[in-house]
Design a protein around this ligand. Structure first.
Ligand SMILES: Nc1ncnc2c1ncn2[C@@H]1O[C@H](COP(=O)(O)OP(=O)(O)OP(=O)(O)O)[C@@H](O)[C@H]1O
Length: 799
């Protein structure tokens, strides 16, 4: 049989593993990067990021050498496989270099990825996407067709996704760093500015305006004052005063008008036109008082009915009494030619209040049938004791009106000169005391009165004044219709506008003596000033005694000092040393009470006490000084003590020494001033009470035993002499520790000199030769006197 040959089956040649076609994964082009949200201040940085690179598609190519036994994955895509260009590679290299030897994030990612891939497979990254490649899932599905096996594909996708995410993060960091780099690079590139050693330019320092208030800042009336030369003189007739009145004035010693009067009188004398208020700043003793008293009395003398037409407010009782004398003199002058005799009263608290009320007020029968009926009804009621508290009825002294009349309480004076405290009391307590008819309000020593608005007197007075009601002009048909005229005066006028505004001035004018500026305080032209520096402050009273007995303290004016008693031996019954003894009963007062602003309490009840004082001492061998002196101390106590000490240390002067303090009773003060004016007393020891306004005609020397507190105080103190065109001499005694203050603040000499005091000359330095060496005997006598003083003080305390 024929056997068919059947070739043995060929052994199966092992097929070389089929290389899968190169798999290319081209993801969809990266979505447009979301615009970087940069705040406005970051915009410059944002602009510098190269956004072009962000748009490049992300491509990941698995290399041809990759061997994969898994079936090829077909990828349907239109996108061409992109080979990394040289340019992009360079860019990448450069960026890697910048990473300071640190492996780049991409490299790290690649290493990571490499290790996670199956062997032989590697991830090649040609270029990194600039933006997060995250995209919506749906889009992914749509554009990418994934072939089988699906599981494998999913793991690859996962890996890819992880790679993308890492890369995106790395890229974000790189972008930020790039942006910073660009920025830093730009900053670094700023052109270097060369600086020398000179200091860097600084902003101009702010200069604060420390200049004092100037004319430009003042209201026009203060900036443009009416100026008058000190030497100006005019006859009173020339200024509009009736010849008959001028004649009487001459008999009283007022021959012609002083400079300040020539300027003020025309402003204040009644005219048909509406006139404004007047502010006067003129030196001490320049005649300010007459400048307002004359026109005021002339105006009031034209009326017929007595009503309260003028109020003059002053800080002290002594000034009130002084101005009263000037008013009386003028009232007499204007009464001669059929004019009304102007009635003047004072209110200073030296009387019991009731007595003062009676001196100012009266009761007047006024025809008023209706009022009379009402009064009758009231009195009937009172008779039935229905209403005993009726305030206008005094059951003990009931006013009895005539039939069809009623009784009115009205002032019986035309002019009231007062201190502010007492004025307030009358306004608030005196029945019928009205300011409705007041046409003149005068405030003398205004700076003091305005600065110490006691009991708010000014506001109260201004409130009560009847400025609007024209009724009170009826008595003066031919005089001006200015309402209430205000005249404000001082030698040291305040520049404080807030104080001046309190006066509610109407169209004011300022009058100044030529050569002075607003705010400056002129001294009288004939005042000489000297200064004595002492070495031993504890022996100060001895220096004073030496000065009083020295050749320097001589008469300054001829025939000025009246010689009341020329006898060398004098039995003194005047207010001499005994005064100081008796005055010391009020030594508890402090220096703060130097005015009578608050004189609401009457001291009249104790007036009689002044007559029954310590027994008068007989003073023998009195040597009269041929001049007069007023010694200022810092307080009431100091004045009393010094006065007594002088009497003990210089008995020959004892009979000529008087004391003036704010604690001294009014009657005693008046008596002392009269004795001084008469020439019986030659030396007055005072506190600042008399530093303002007081006019001591025969006073030639002022001695500042204690330095004044202020410039203003100095001006007022030394201004007690060299008044009304007479000569005078002011002395200041100071210790070493006070020297700087004196020369700088008062004399205006030396370094940092600062004073508003305007003087014609300079302060002269005087050395008392005798004072340099006090003998043992004198020092012992001084110590004994001090012990005596101490004993007396203790005795008073016990008593
Ligand atoms: N026309 C005048 N003729 C002569 N003496 C006058 C004249 N006017 C004023 N006197 C006198 O001058 C002196 C000083 O006047 P007055 O007291 O008015 O000065 P003052 O300017 O008010 O001073 P102070 O600021 O110190 O108060 C007084 O004795 C006064 O009698």
């Amino acid at each position: 049989m024929y056997n068919r040959y059947i070739p043995p089956p060929k052994p199966k040649v092992a097929q070389p593993p089929q290389r899968p076609p190169a798999r290319t994964y081209v993801p969809e082009p990266a979505p447009e990067p979301a615009p970087v949200q940069t705040s406005s201040w970051l915009q410059p940085y944002a602009r510098r990021v190269d956004t072009a690179t962000l748009k490049e598609p992300t491509r990941i190519v698995f290399g041809d050498d990759d061997v994969d036994t898994t079936p090829a994955v077909e990828t349907k895509t239109d996108a061409a496989v992109e080979v990394p260009t040289k340019e992009t590679k360079d860019k990448k290299r450069k960026r890697s270099k910048r990473e300071d030897n640190k492996p780049s994030v991409e490299e790290e990612t690649l290493v990571e990825e490499q290790s996670s891939l199956p062997e032989g497979q590697e991830v090649q990254m040609e270029d990194a996407p600039k933006q997060s490649p995250k995209k919506p899932k749906r889009e992914k599905k749509k554009k990418t067709t994934v072939s089988e096996p699906e599981e494998e594909d999913t793991s690859v996708r996962k890996r890819h996704k992880a790679v993308f995410e890492n890369m995106a993060k790395a890229l974000e960091r790189t972008q930020e760093e790039d942006a910073m780099d660009v920025d830093n690079a730009e900053e670094d590139e700023e052109p270097a500015v060369e600086h020398g050693l000179e200091p860097l330019p600084q902003p101009t320092p702010v200069v604060f305006d420390e200049s004092k208030i100037t004319y430009e800042t003042l209201p026009p009336w203060l900036a443009n004052p009416i100026r008058v030369t000190e030497s100006t003189r005019k006859s009173f007739e020339e200024l509009g005063i009736a010849p008959e009145a001028a004649k009487v004035l001459k008999t009283k010693g007022f021959q012609e008008a002083f400079a300040v009067q020539t300027a003020v009188l025309p402003l204040l004398l009644p005219q048909p036109d509406r006139q404004g208020d007047v502010v006067v700043a003129a030196p001490t003793g320049s005649g300010k008082t007459l400048s307002y008293v004359l026109p005021m009395i002339e105006d009031i003398s034209k009326g017929t009915i007595t009503r309260l037409r003028a109020i003059i407010v002053l800080p002290t009782r002594d000034l009130v009494q002084q101005v009263q004398l000037a008013c009386e003199a003028c009232a007499a002058a204007f009464a001669v030619n059929g004019g009304k005799r102007v009635k003047i009263a004072t209110a200073i608290g030296h009387k019991v209040f009731k007595n003062e009320q009676d001196a100012i007020m009266t009761q007047e029968q006024v025809y008023d049938p209706e009022g009379y009926q009402e009064w009758k009804k009231k009195t009937n009621k009172l008779a039935n004791l229905d209403d005993l508290s009726l305030d206008d009825y005094d059951p003990l002294n009931p006013p009895k009106p005539q039939p069809h009349h009623v009784i009115h309480h009205v002032p019986k004076v035309d002019v009231l000169i007062c201190t502010p405290g007492r004025l307030v009391e009358h306004i608030t307590k005196t029945k019928g005391f009205t300011l409705d008819y007041v046409r003149w309000l005068i405030v003398d020593e205004a700076d003091k009165l305005l600065a110490q608005d006691f009991q708010h007197w000014l506001a109260l007075v201004l409130e009560k004044l009847n400025v609007e009601n024209p009724q009170h002009f009826r008595a003066f048909p031919r005089s001006n219709k200015s309402g209430v005229r205000k005249v404000i005066l001082s030698a040291t006028m305040t520049r404080d506008l807030s104080l001046l505004n309190c006066l509610k001035l109407s169209r004011p004018r300022l009058v100044l003596l030529d050569g002075t500026k607003a705010g400056q305080q002129s001294l009288p032209p004939l005042l000489k000033e000297s200064a004595i520096k002492i070495r031993e402050p504890t022996l100060k009273p001895l220096y004073l005694i030496d000065l009083l007995k020295s050749k320097y303290l001589t008469a300054v004016n001829k025939n000025l000092t009246p010689d009341a008693d020329s006898s060398a031996s004098d039995t003194s019954d005047s207010d001499s040393s005994s005064d100081s003894d008796s005055d010391s009963d009020s030594a508890s007062d402090s220096s703060s009470s130097e005015s009578d602003l608050s004189d609401s309490e009457s001291d009249s009840s104790s007036d009689s006490e002044s007559e029954a004082e310590s027994p008068k001492k007989k003073v023998t061998e009195t040597k009269k000084l041929d001049t007069t002196a007023l010694i200022f101390t810092k307080s009431n106590e100091a004045a009393l003590r010094l006065s007594r000490l002088l009497c003990l240390l210089a008995p020959e002067l004892a009979g000529q020494i008087g004391t003036l303090t704010s604690a001294t009773k009014t009657i005693r003060r008046t008596r002392t001033l009269r004795s001084f004016a008469a020439g019986k007393l030659r030396i007055l020891v005072a506190s600042d009470l008399v530093s303002r306004g007081i006019d001591l005609e025969n006073l030639e020397h002022v001695i500042n035993y204690d330095l004044p507190m202020t410039e203003t105080s100095y001006v007022h103190r030394v201004g007690r002499t060299a008044r009304a065109g007479r000569a005078g001499h002011a002395w200041t005694i100071f210790e070493h520790s006070e020297a700087r203050r004196f020369w700088r603040d008062f004399a205006g000499e030396g370094k940092n000199a600062h004073t508003n005091i305007l003087r014609s000359g300079q302060v002269e330095r005087v050395r008392l030769t005798d004072s340099e060496d006090f003998s043992e005997e004198r020092i012992k006598a001084y110590e004994t006197a001090l012990q005596q003083l101490q004993k007396e003080a203790k005795g008073q305390v016990k008593g």
